[in-house]
Ligand binder design. Sequence first.
Ligand SMILES: Nc1ncnc2c1ncn2[C@@H]1O[C@H](COP(=O)(O)OP(=O)(O)O)[C@@H](O)[C@H]1O
Ligand SMILES: [Mg+2]
Length: 248
Amino acid sequence: MTQYLAVVNPAGGTGKTTTAHALAVSFAEYGKRTLLVDCTTTANLTFLLGVENPRDTTFDLFNNSSFAESAIVSTSERFSFLPSDSRLSHLEKREKSLSAISENFKKSLDQMDSPFDYIILDTPSTLSQVWMATLLLADFHLGVTTAGLGSVRGIIQTQEVVEVLQKSHDASAYWLGTLPTQVASDSPALELLGSDSRVLAPSIPRAASVLTAESTGKSVLNNDNSGKVALAYRELAYFILEDIASKS
Ligand SMILES: Nc1ncnc2c1ncn2[C@@H]1O[C@H](COP(=O)(O)OP(=O)(O)O)[C@@H](O)[C@H]1O
Ligand SMILES: [Mg+2]
């Protein structure tokens, strides 16, 4: 069964895109058939991976269950990728219900001949309808935070919204934990987070190699294969795969 994992924090610049990309590379390294999905209106990941003017995007799958195979592209990093574009912001105007968006998307993916083991959702840095749809779509949530107050509050807000969404949609999802990036797991900056946010260790250290990798369009796992960031992401990926396996 395909497992949907959303990397979340409505605050920007917390490391969501970097983490979603790194997890897709790690999962593929562990032999999992993995799809990375750009669910953002800014489409940073789509740009970073060098996908230009895609015909079908996340918008089409959210909007009307388009055929997933025509939208998905393969990458040189062994995961598949579903690009986004700015039309995703129009979804807000279509007044589609959150469950319709989520069902359209799943229906598109279910039509594929060989299903993915994991679908990783890179989510927007806004409290939008698209953001909530990605929360509802996922079976597993991974929070990502820096030491900034806005970022830490973003995790608390996310957990509150998840609780309300699950009640109103009779849905359930599992909170994998909160990954600190560019800050130590035991930093006092994270003290606002309650124990149910489950701060993960090790955290992802700050390293210039992440920015260098970004400029080459590759994940830091491929660009600095045995660096400290790559090792920390591989350890995280292993933990997540084990945790998901124990829950499903
Ligand atoms: N561990 C890290 N060390 C150094 N820079 C990082 C690290 N993680 C992310 N960054 C940088 O921080 C910026 C924001 O990261 P990004 O993953 O795009 O966050 P978000 O998707 O939450 O907005 C990017 O420029 C990225 O290269
Ligand atoms: Mg991002």
